[in-house]
Ligand binder design. Structure first.
Ligand code: ADP
Ligand code: MG
Ligand code: MG
Length: 650
């Protein structure tokens, strides 16, 4: 039964009565999955990206841009195309939370049949990504009106201001699903009732509307102290001085993300990738920073993460620690949209140094069924949450072959990394999803970030790199990464010696070639020999990505050396070099991050009064400029370098 054939999900009052049922069967389903698929092997590296787009409508006469609420209209067309063309489609379109948003992925995952799986093989698919992304945009553009554009932007600058959408409905804080002062329910995807139910049930579970306070960017003429009053007691008491106050799910789930999923060759390799990419989450997020404006104001954060995390935070006052535990079972330290809490490989357990709240009874049940403790804890941790969307028709399931209850909880834990078991009876293997990155404006940039991460997985596996740091340090980095201009101004915990004792000799050679002293990096450099608390140091993103003299080889130099050691056609080689140059130059500060570029654009706009306010005219000009960049009519050197031209090809 597909999503569309299902009716309205249950209300919160009904849902909570079935929460235990959903969880218990979800655990049974996971156990069955694990038993049947734990030995599954896949020889093919498959991977794919997801890009979320926004549809913007320009009113050229009045110099005003609005979000165009027409996702359903577009999706209906795409659905009928998909029905006709099926698996032959180059691109797939899926709904997103906002009625102005749409998600595009490749029609099938990129696949590389490697005989020597982790040793390299053909990476020619790296040259297809950007072209596929371009074809996505073309397909939607052909359906848009002349005054509309499909834009890759992480946060819509004037979301929640007066008349920000087309059509526009006044918010209804008394009766709407979110109770937001700024966003009406009409901005929620009408593709399926589940989107509105998520918002409604999260608010009801929580017992009040969501609270999001983002530090305001203090410019020379910004009102100081910055306080807003709303004609509403709940908002007035929730909003903080010197912060921009937001109160609806749309402010978070309405941001766009860039995600990458990879298939591993087996469950153990998936765990390795899950763990090794975790320390990369804050680093990649800072490098991709792209969301400095919300509700018409410049904020003092460059990334969306904290906003989206708060926007779907369904914890009650008891779970938050604001009231004694009475009706709820746990204090919970993080939102269900947050950074991960534990590594999955047994060898990495020593880096699990933060409190992991988990359902002991499910843990025991999984242990008794033969699941190992690390994985059992991870799943039992995800299962401290209630389901938020439940369908009556889906309650009774055959746990041997169905997995909806497991997926229900799994897919509403929106963490930085996701460990994805194979769906039963499918050709799909054990996968890992990398979820922290923000959307870049152009296909060139988005492809560069995606390829950088996929390439990094190849190097991690081939060179047996070890990037692990204590998970508490990853959390510190997550906070740091969101700060304004973190790439230039912040330092991040990173592992000192990433070449391990198990690394093959080529890895050490690579490090030597990068000019890094082998004493430091290659010989006495395994987690077994380095004391835990000395395993990481503070580095800038430039040092992490480009290297630090003799002390640290740098990720881009490592990737470049790996590339020179494998067979690759000239065109792909040329394309990847340009992608890595973009990453290297963003890291060094030679090129601006998207967030920095947007800030500078606003700051230099004649209408900007240095009071942090991004008005309609600035918004219009900014988005028109973004549109020109995305159409290829304008090439801002300070953002992407000198006219990058890859040889991308479908
Ligand atoms: P999500 O639950 O994150 O929305 P999707 O099913 O939409 O996941 O897929 C996310 C990405 O995973 C897409 O880019 C898709 O092409 C890719 N993908 C699909 N099948 C596989 C596979 N077997 N291995 C790796 N990636 C895959
Ligand atoms: Mg998806
Ligand atoms: Mg995804």
């Amino acid at each position: 039964m597909g999503l569309l054939s299902l009716g309205k999900p249950l209300s919160w009052d009904e849902t909570k009565q079935h929460a235990e049922h959903v969880r218990q069967h979800g655990i049974n389903q996971f156990i069955n999955l694990f038993k049947n698929l734990k030995d599954r092997n896949d020889k093919t590296l498959k991977w794919g990206d997801e890009i979320e787009y926004m549809i913007v409508k320009f009113d050229h006469k009045n110099k005003k841009a609005r979000l165009s609420l027409k996702a359903k209209q577009l999706l209906d067309v795409m659905d009928s195309r998909e029905q006709l063309e099926g698996s032959n489609r180059a691109v797939l379109w899926r709904p997103e939370w906002g009625e102005w948003m749409i998600e595009g992925t490749p029609g099938k995952p990129y696949g590389i049949d490697e005989s020597n799986y982790s040793g390299g093989g053909s990476l020619a698919h790296f040259n297809v990504v950007e072209a596929n992304m371009k074809s996505r945009r073309q397909e939607i553009n052909a359906l848009l009106d002349e005054d509309e554009a499909l834009l890759c932007i992480t946060s819509y600058p004037r979301l929640g201001t007066d008349d920000f959408s087309h059509p526009f409905t006044k918010p209804d804080p008394k009766n709407s699903a979110t109770r937001s002062q700024f966003l009406s329910d009409d901005v929620i995807s009408s593709y399926h009732p589940r989107f509105k139910t998520i918002a409604e049930n999260i608010r009801e579970r929580r017992g009040r509307k969501v609270i999001i306070n983002v530090p305001i960017f203090k410019d020379s003429k910004t009102v100081d102290p910055f306080n807003e009053t709303f004609d509403d007691e709940e908002s007035d008491s929730a909003s903080k001085t010197d912060h921009l106050y937001l109160d609806g799910m749309g402010f978070g789930m309405g941001c766009a993300c860039l995600q990458v999923t990879f298939q591993a060759s087996n469950i153990n390799e998936a765990r390795v990738l899950y763990d090794q990419l975790t320390p990369m989450c804050p680093i990649a997020m800072a490098l991709s920073a792209a969301s400095p404006i919300h509700r018409g104001y410049l904020v003092d954060r460059d990334c969306r993460w904290g906003i989206i995390s708060a926007s779907v935070d369904d914890r009650t006052k008891e779970e938050l620690g604001e009231e004694p535990l009475n009706h709820n079972m746990f204090r919970i330290t993080k939102s269900r949209y947050d950074s991960i809490d534990s590594y999955l490989c047994e060898a990495n357990d020593k880096y699990n140094d933060i409190l992991l709240t988990y359902q002991k009874c499910y843990y025991q049940q999984m242990i008794d069924a033969g699941v190992d403790p690390m994985l059992a804890k991870h799943i039992a941790h995800l299962f401290i949450r209630d389901p938020i969307v439940v369908y009556k028709e889906k309650l009774d399931q055959n746990d041997e072959i169905e997995t909806d209850h497991f997926e229900n909880i799994q897919s509403t834990n929106w963490q930085t990394m996701r460990f994805k078991p194979p769906p039963p009876q499918s050709g799909i293997g054990w996968r890992v999803e990398f979820r922290p990155m923000e959307i870049q404006m152009t296909e060139f940039e988005n492809a560069a970030y995606v390829v950088f991460i996929v390439l990094l997985t190849r190097v991690i596996l081939s060179f047996k790199l070890n990037l692990l740091i204590p998970i508490s340090k990853v959390d510190e980095n997550m906070i740091e990464a969101q700060k304004r201009d973190a790439v230039k101004r912040s330092k991040f915990w990173f592992r000192k010696d990433i070449i391990s004792l198990r690394s093959p000799p080529e890895a050490a050679k690579c490090v030597e070639a990068t000019g890094c002293c082998s004493d430091n990096c290659c010989e006495k450099s395994d987690s077994e020999t380095t004391p835990f608390d000395e395993s990481c140091v503070l580095m800038s993103i430039n040092e992490i990505i480009n290297g630090k003299g003799q002390q640290f080889p740098g990720l881009v130099p490592l990737l470049k050396h790996y590339l020179s050691s494998i067979e690759l056609d000239v065109d792909t080689q040329c394309t990847i070099q340009q992608y890595l140059n973009l990453i290297a130059n963003r890291a060094s500060g030679k090129l601006k991050t998207t967030a920095q570029w947007i800030r500078d654009y606003v700051s230099q706009h004649p209408d900007y009064k240095h009071d942090s306010i991004v008005n309609d005219t600035i918004n219009y000009d900014l988005l028109m400029t973004c549109n020109r960049i995305q159409k290829g009519e304008l090439n801002p050197r300070e953002l992407v370098g000198d006219n990058p031209r890859t040889k991308t090809n479908l």
